[in-house]
Design a protein around this ligand. Sequence first.
Ligand code: PLP
Length: 382
Amino acid sequence: MPDSLRKAMSVPSSDHRAPDFAELMARILKDAKKVFKTETGQVVTIPATGTGGWEASITNTLSPGDKVLAARLGLFSQRWIDLCGRHNLDVEVIECECGEGAPAERFHERLSADSDHAIKAVLVTHNETATGVRSDVAAVRRAMDEADHPAMLYVDCVSSLGSMDFRMDEWGVDLAVTGSQKGFMLATGMAIIGVSPKAFVASETATCPRCYFDFRDMAGANKKGGYPYTPPIQLMHGLGESLKMLLDEGLENVYARHHRMAEGVREAVRAWGLELCAKGPELYSDTVSTIYVPKGFDSDTLTHHAFDAYRVSFGIGLGELAGKAFRIGHLGSLTDAMALSGIAIMEMAMKDLGYPIELGAGVAAAQEHYRKTLDTAIEAAA
Ligand code: PLP
């Protein structure tokens, strides 16, 4: 979280019915569309988190009993599937191996067989934060189009939007769900959702119960420059500033910066002789790396030790990766120095616990990468 955003959120509460809030709201909704890369859709902000965003996207556009097709890629896609089940949707799961992305060809197969179009929604997690895997959303859209299937496409972009390439209109995404605390680099507390015109039409007839999350109330109030209830004023100020930062830097530069940072971490992983969970380079996430510990070691012991000994908190292995992998997050306002210190601390923690690594190996590999790519970083910042 950059200091400028921390400061932007550090404002006194103000009257959300005063004209200056309407100005802020209008600017946020206009600029947020640019980050989602949508001209036809609208952006809805709801005081919640990414999970609330999932719930809002589902309850606004679907009815109990509706069939939903979803890929299970890791803990977060599993939680979205669970949420759909709890809303009495009929979820059909495409099981994927740990480290794989959403399989477009299996979506194609299943959608082609669905001749009466019972499937109303296709759910894809763009960046599975548990496994550090990016899915090819464009390929899933192509699969849907080739199957000539009218289902809506729902994408969880919680840990990718504002950090990795995302194209709502081009990929035909109907609902794109994120939260304030990842690519927008803000405090937690806001779900931010891109909603296509088709999804808004669906919200007119969908019957899943919703009230607080109702897009129609939000869109109606936003149109008049307001909010249907008290907005999270400080977060709104932060979001206004975050959008300005991202757009001033240029989204392509933002993505390139994340890629460069991630590659440095991946170089370190290679130098350690460890393996990423993601099964191939096209699947590598630029916001989080999930790294298997060698056989015979426990990743929870490692992350606890790193925290206890060095006060650095690394992501634990989630779901089926518990005890088997740890995660290094590399999104937001991260510098070479921050990434290198994280890599150095992880090396120390591994060495302390008898991992077969050489102190300095990962740091040196990442240093080489950051040195070699420094020109591109300077050019982008200029
Ligand atoms: N989806 C993904 C990919 C996530 O990484 C997360 C949280 O990290 C969520 C959904 C849930 O978001 P939240 O914890 O903000 O409710």
